[in-house]
Design a protein around this ligand. Structure first.
Ligand code: ADE
Length: 242
């Protein structure tokens, strides 16, 4: 997968030179390229922003540097993703979709955002990290790149599968414990020490359901639930109403 980031602050992306994303680069599973679109500005001061027509606060990124920076990229079947709080909200499903692509281009905004013609003519996806406003798209792009790259084949390795991740199953993940079984009187649930895999599976499923009901009940509407799941949820939501 080739990932190109158009940004005014390429030096921010050193966060991706660590851990799993760094290894994915070393192993050539991904190639990350950065383009500072200020380098494409035809303005003699390298300006990339201007005030909005119609008035109002803040500055906008002008079309010329972004159009020319994108025109200079190699032609490819690619998605051009603009980071903006007005976009569709990023989630695990979108990361899964992107992980099947070969070319992703991230366009990081600053100031009040982009001139609308950039969105209309260049961008294929407008995506937001969440319902809050950042100072720029860089942190959002890094987050989305990280979430996408870890889903690529062989990036996580066998020991750290992502199939049970929160959201992959439509539910939040169940709690995990490791050694020791008794840490200063804080004990691991008995069932996990029982060696009974069927009981452990049931316990994990119930914990995932309980956690999702308590923290993200909205996810239950989309989740793939069995009759047993529904009965369990009914039993605990009955209890919590007492
Ligand atoms: N730029 C500013 N705020 C943002 C957000 N929430 N998501 C993506 N890009 C942004």
């Amino acid at each position: 997968m080739n990932i190109t980031v158009l940004t005014l602050f390429p030096e921010m992306f050193t966060a991706l030179n660590h851990s799993i994303v760094a290894r994915a680069q070393e192993e050539k599973r991904i190639e990350l390229n950065y383009v500072n679109f200020r380098d494409y500005s035809t303005n003699r001061h390298g300006r990339v922003d201007d005030s909005p027509y119609g008035g109002g606060a803040g500055m906008l990124l002008t079309p010329q540097p972004v159009f020319d920076a994108i025109a200079a990229l190699p032609e490819a079947n690619r998605r051009i993703i603009a980071l903006t709080p007005t976009g569709r909200r990023f989630d695990q499903r979108l990361a899964e979709e992107w992980s099947t692509e070969t070319e992703l281009v991230f366009l990081c905004g600053h100031y009040e955002g982009f001139d609308q013609r950039i969105h209309d003519e260049l961008v294929t996806d407008e995506v937001s990290l969440g319902d809050f406003v950042l100072t720029g798209g860089e942190l959002a792009a890094m987050t989305m790149i990280d979430a996408t790259v870890r889903l690529l084949p062989d990036v996580l390795g066998k020991a750290a599968s992502h199939e049970d991740d929160s959201f992959s199953t439509g539910l939040l993940e169940y709690p995990h414990y490791t050694r020791p079984a008794d840490f200063r009187g804080l004990v691991v649930p008995d069932v996990l020490l029982s060696g009974n895999h069927a009981r452990i599976e049931t316990w994990r499923r119930e914990q995932a359901l309980k956690r999702t009901l308590e923290r993200r009940p909205d996810l239950l509407e989309q989740a793939d639930l069995s009759e047993t799941d529904r009965r369990y949820l009914q039993s605990i939501s009955g209890l919590s109403n007492d």
